[in-house]
Design a protein around this ligand. Sequence first.
Ligand code: ATP
Ligand code: MG
Length: 364
Amino acid sequence: MTETYEIAVFEGDGIGPEITTPTIALLKQLAAASTGYDLRFVTLPAGAGHYARTGESLPAESLRVAAAADAILLSAMGLPDVRYPDGTEISPQIELRMAFDLFAGIRPVSVRQGQAGPLTLPEGREIDFVLVRESTEGLFYSMGTGVVSETEARETLRITREISEKLFRFSFDLARSRRQAGRGPGRVTCVDKANVFRAFAFFRGIFDEIATEYPDLAAEHAYVDATALWMVQKPWDFDVLVTENMFGDILSDLGAGLMGGLGLAPSADIGLKQAVFQPCHGSAPDIAGQGVANPHAMILSAAMMLDWLGLKHDNAALRTDGVRLREAVEAVIASGDCLTRDLGGTAGTDAAAGAVQRVLRTAR
Ligand code: ATP
Ligand code: MG
């Protein structure tokens, strides 16, 4: 019997619904053509628009359904002029991260030959690495409580053995599956500042312990400052990078920069049970409702979701379709046709997604 996976969908705010609709259409097209799995979608209310209408940003029922779903697909939430009474932004995506212990933030950085980006790739080289950002502790631990007096502010950097072990095992497993897929040599680099901070020496020590469980993979260390330099000078050398929350926050924007912008940058927040897949960009209210948003970051996030479901359930059909969806987007971008405005073209959202649909049809 074909397994059916339930996908909880948060369409969100701004351009969210515009990029969600064609993405789900692509997923439905893939699932309909596959005998290996089926998908069922449940759209859930949450976000700034929902808060403005009801006074609730993430209804308990949405959280409950999302918790029970096999995966969560989220577009973007938040609007500049809708805020909580204390002035902070509406960001249910951060609540989901905390509610489901989504400790691993995944940012793949990929630039193919022919794809526009700020770097000129040397002949035969492509950028294809993954940054794994710890997302629940690190220097974000004391968020909101850092000022201790009128004359002093202090933040706490928290690294725990429990979360670090999970984070490193996840990173080594990822490197192994990338190697199996022919996307990397099977190497994990622990990015830290162990020469200055004892907390990072502790982090690195746990990394070295976990590395011994993976004798078939290479384990390396790098300081975060040097990593920033290499991300610009030789990003094609990286495979899997794993780092603390704050360092990961900064390096992932550098990664999006390497790809030439936000419109192509997907992400995932992964825990032991649940995972949220969403583009790196926000709700882009400045272009919402015009049909011009780039859907590719969202489509690539959906491809990551298929990859993850396929690995989790050991389902080859899901894994194959994850790869096909990603490669279809890459083919559309490399062809230079149907590019949206942010990539220098004139195509609208539906035309860009339609081009992916055609590639999938003809490639079959
Ligand atoms: P957030 O705080 O939610 O991350 P932000 O203020 O960083 O939001 P975004 O919503 O990500 O901002 O938008 C930043 C800029 O990038 C805007 O000019 C927006 O129009 C543009 N942008 C973001 N996503 C897309 C997209 N998918 N297609 C085209 N342009 C986009
Ligand atoms: Mg932003």
